[in-house]
Write a protein that binds this ligand. Sequence first.
Ligand code: HEC
Ligand code: HEC
Ligand code: HEC
Ligand code: HEC
Ligand code: HEC
Ligand code: HEC
Length: 421
Amino acid sequence: MRNISLIFKQFSRSVLLVAGLVVCGLTAHAQTDAAKGEAIFKAKCTACHKIDTRMTGPALGPQLTQETDDAYLTKWIQNNQALIAAGNKKAVKIFNEYNQAGMTVFAELSDADVGNVITYIRADWKKIQDDKAKAPVSATPEDKGPSALVVWSLLGVIVIAFIVILVLNKVIATLERLLLNRQGLAFEEEAEEEKAPADRLATVKKLLKNKKLVFFIVLCGTIAMGSFSWVTMWNTNVHQGYQPVQPIKYSHQLHAGAMKIECQYCHTGAFKSKNASIPSLNVCMNCHKSVKTESPEIHKIYDALGYDPNTAKYDSTKAKPIQWVRVHNLPDLAYFNHSQHVKVGSIKCQTCHGQVQEMQEVYQYSPLTMKWCIQCHKRTEVNGKGNAYYDSILAAHDKIKKGEKVTAAVLGGIECGKCHY
Ligand code: HEC
Ligand code: HEC
Ligand code: HEC
Ligand code: HEC
Ligand code: HEC
Ligand code: HEC
């Protein structure tokens, strides 16, 4: 009997081993298929497709779940134009659905290659959906931070500890007094305590009689108060360092710094008008139609424009414009013109706004006081060479010298900016 069970054990072991090897081999095989597919997908398809969202072409995850005819899909991927030309109903339908955008022909892909791509897309889509199904359970507690229960119980512990300390203190004091009473020392201690305040009062009186000292203290007080109110008054309405929280976590450090997008790509007005202007969200959409489409911050742009990333359509009735919080704000009584400074004066944005390309969130770098404007006007040399405006002023000077007629127009009186804000 013992022998039989031994043999049986050995047999079952080897069967398990073989089975294990086969399973491993199969999964390894499947993995290489999906991996090959992924490589092809990344190299040839990502320009127009994503697995989970629509880009130029459909979101392939849902598309390949819906369309299960692999023979048709293979033909489509290898040569969609042949299918459309042959009048295949499905092919013509999707071609028209996507405004005849047209997909590239991939004649170089073998049937096996296409099979691998399809395997990869379906596997990845399944993974994305599985992750989504799991996500809410683990994500919500993280978002909420410490729960109210934790905060309250911590507070409770602190209060209880405090009470315990108080009670213990009382107990120790009573015990000490009892001990002292027993030794007949209590009265001595009380007497000492009474003597002390009288002593202190005497010292204060002595000090108050010292006139030099009193004068010195009053002087210090006046200087401190005076300089405090001086600084406060000068800084009223000066918002240097003001850094409001913006409705979208847009970063200049990323866009203007790391990605080196020119300032005037977004602030188009800076070179040609009074206002530098804040870009409309359509400027952001030039990239964010397809960049970071899954980010909740980017979805704020979509919501503001009433844009639906799945259909790539705008619905203006759903649009609710973003309200950026203004950082710089001169009072209406002062006229400041960007083009005058940036274009004519050739002053860099950074001279007045600081290293914006390194700021995660923009803040007011300069004080924007009248003193600030005036000081710079006193110090900055103007380059009048090759500038039509200054040339015309020089010409006017010559005319005045020669006693010729000079009109306001010659002095720049018909420049739009002289009369218009
Ligand atoms: C140049 C852009 C472009 C590239 C690259 C591209 N596609 Fe497409 N694809 C499209 C467009 C656009 C459509 C929608 C139909 C149309 O307008 O022709 C589409 C449709 C599809 C469909 C849907 C067909 C149907 O009837 O359901 C599949 C599947 C597909 N593409 C797979 C791929 C695969 C796989 C690759 C990479 C090997 C790829 N595409 C590369 C643009 C592209
Ligand atoms: C991709 C677009 C983009 C680029 C590039 C860009 N900005 Fe901005 N800028 C914005 C947006 C959007 C805001 C409004 C939100 C904010 O204040 O962060 C803004 C705000 C600002 C503000 C504050 C405006 C106010 O409310 O007073 C300044 C100053 C500024 N940008 C300067 C610059 C400078 C300088 C550069 C180049 C180094 C630059 N920006 C490049 C989009 C851009
Ligand atoms: C020239 C292309 C381009 C333009 C224009 C552009 N962005 Fe971006 N933006 C990007 C890229 C690329 C990234 C992602 C970088 C990365 O991979 O983290 C990004 C990232 C972001 C992020 C961070 C998203 C996240 O969750 O990490 C926000 C928010 C954002 N952009 C807002 C804006 C806003 C608002 C505008 C318009 C004022 C804008 N962008 C204009 C290319 C652009
Ligand atoms: C000589 C200083 C100076 C220079 C140079 C300068 N700015 Fe400004 N900028 C200001 C002042 C002052 C304001 C506030 C204007 C107001 O409130 O009317 C401002 C406001 C802004 C605003 C807020 C919107 C607006 O138009 O009022 C943006 C955006 C801005 N600047 C971007 C830029 C960019 C980009 C450059 C470089 C191309 C630049 N600035 C160069 C002084 C300057
Ligand atoms: C960084 C230095 C600098 C700062 C700061 C500055 N300016 Fe200027 N500003 C100039 C220069 C340089 C010119 C002359 C440009 C030119 O015509 O060549 C100028 C010209 C002007 C002009 C046109 C003057 C004319 O004769 O037509 C006005 C108006 C003006 N600035 C207003 C302001 C105001 C308002 C502020 C403060 C909010 C300010 N500037 C801050 C450098 C500065
Ligand atoms: C000498 C001052 C002056 C100059 C220079 C000037 N304008 Fe005007 N402009 C005015 C006045 C005043 C009005 C308002 C007239 C009215 O309401 O009947 C006006 C009205 C306008 C209007 C109509 C605005 C409206 O709401 O009806 C436009 C547009 C305009 N100007 C553009 C320009 C352009 C562009 C330039 C430069 C080529 C320019 N202006 C130069 C004084 C001037």
